[in-house]
Ligand binder design. Structure first.
Ligand code: ADP
Ligand code: MG
Length: 396
């Protein structure tokens, strides 16, 4: 029994040894394969991790790109998720609505009211806007929220309003021109008849009335002429004529009527000068200058007009000067600087067209205007006109 008993364990011991070896072998193999699987897994994991990193980088880059695009456009973009919570707001929206993304994102209010096409921010200026709102789909027919897009069109609206105003003004301008044209001719006749009447009434008390009519009408006619001239291009019809005659006629027209207001007009000339000019335009320019001189001398004064040849300068065509001097109110620096601007006037009822038209007329004759003036002392205007064509001069 004892031996049996002692034998048995020996057998038992021996059998497990083989078994053990086998088991160890199996275990080792198992561990080896686990190790290999694990290292493969590790490799997979590493590859996956690398892939995830690449994808995350890509997503980051795309997000950055989207952010920079959203932040660089001048259109407001706000994204609400499907619960109405603000998830994204771009820089333009922050600026337009006067809000800060830090305090707005996560909330449900934009702190602004939208009335039709006007956005009224709680803080900041109301503005006209083009607004659109659209659902954002998350694929497969589902909706992940809503995007609100708005663009400030205040400037556009202002331009539209300005455009409309300009259109009305230009229509009004056309109407005014038509009226000016309609009344210009009858006024010319009134002026002519008033002059005839004044001549007939010479020596009587009534002569003064006729002269006053004539003078007022002349001022009106010259205003209308300036208006009519302003609406179109100045195209002189050049013909050979004597500038002295035009200046003399203009002075004579004014002389008698001005005398009643205590204004004397004197003409002096150092010769007679004939060249190509547009008589009507020249007359208009001179009337503008004389009227300005008269209007600058409310308490009477003296206008001297002188025609003289400009001292010859070598290589330059010869010029004739018409100098118009008054001892009226004169001009300060600002007035002098803006004198030729259309519509610039220091007078209550001035149109501000006289000098700009006069400059246009003189320029159309290739001439120039110089001015010298002192407040309280008076004004000197000098119109210089070339007496021969430059091309002729060059041929010689
Ligand atoms: P308007 O006579 O309708 O005012 P003008 O174009 O003829 O327009 O003149 C523009 C402005 O130039 C006048 O309003 C006036 O201030 C100034 N000006 C022109 N001529 C004279 C002058 N001889 N003396 C003083 N100011 C003058
Ligand atoms: Mg004037």
């Amino acid at each position: 029994m004892m031996t049996d008993k002692s034998d048995q364990p020996e057998q038992l011991m021996e059998q497990p040894k083989e078994q053990n070896d086998q088991d160890i072998g199996l275990l080792t193999k198992a561990i080896e394969s686990i190790n290999s699987v694990s290292s493969t897994l590790m490799q997979y994991y590493q590859t996956l991790e690398d892939r995830v990193k690449v994808l995350t980088d890509e997503v980051d880059q795309k997000k950055q790109l989207l952010d920079s695009i959203l932040d660089s456009i001048d259109v407001g973009v706000v994204f609400f998720d499907k619960d109405g919570v603000i998830r994204l707001i771009n820089k333009a929206s922050e600026g337009l609505l006067g809000v800060d993304s830090g305090t707005i994102v996560g909330g449900t209010t934009l702190h602004a009211e939208i009335n039709e096409d006007i956005v009224v921010p709680e803080k900041g200026k109301p503005f006209h806007a083009l607004i659109s709102s659209s659902e954002v789909s998350g694929g497969a027919g589902s909706t992940i929220g809503k995007v609100l897009i708005f663009k400030d069109i205040t400037r556009l609206k202002r331009l539209e309003a300005e455009n409309e105003r300009n259109r009305r003004l230009s229509a009004m301008g056309e109407l005014v021109m038509k009226i000016a044209h309609e009344i210009r001719n009858p006024l010319g006749s009134i002026e002519l008849f008033a002059n005839l009447l004044a001549n007939d009434l010479k020596g009587t008390e009534q002569v003064d009335y006729a002269r006053r009519i004539s003078n007022s009408v002349r001022t009106l006619v010259s205003t209308l002429d300036n208006m009519l001239r302003f609406s179109g291009e100045i195209r002189p019809k050049m013909e050979y004529g004597c500038i002295n005659d035009i200046v003399r006629e203009t002075c004579d027209e004014f002389r008698e009527v001005l005398a009643t207001g205590g204004i004397e007009i004197k003409l002096s000339e150092d010769g007679r000068y004939s060249f190509h000019l547009d008589k009507d335009l020249m007359r208009q320019a001179l009337i503008n200058m004389v009227l300005n001189a008269v209007q600058a001398m409310q308490d009477g004064g003296k206008i001297t007009v002188r025609i003289e040849r400009e001292p010859d300068q070598r290589g330059r065509p010869s010029y004739v000067r018409i100098a118009i001097r008054d001892n009226g109110a004169g001009m300060d620096e600002e007035t002098k600087a803006r004198l030729f601007e259309p519509f610039f006037s220091t007078k209550d009822r001035g149109t501000g067209l006289g000098m700009s038209i006069t400059l246009g007329i003189v320029a159309a004759h290739k001439g120039r205007i110089d001015v010298d003036s002192l407040p309280g002392r008076g004004t000197d205007f000098i119109i210089s006109l070339p007496t021969e064509k430059r091309s002729e001069k060059r041929v010689q």
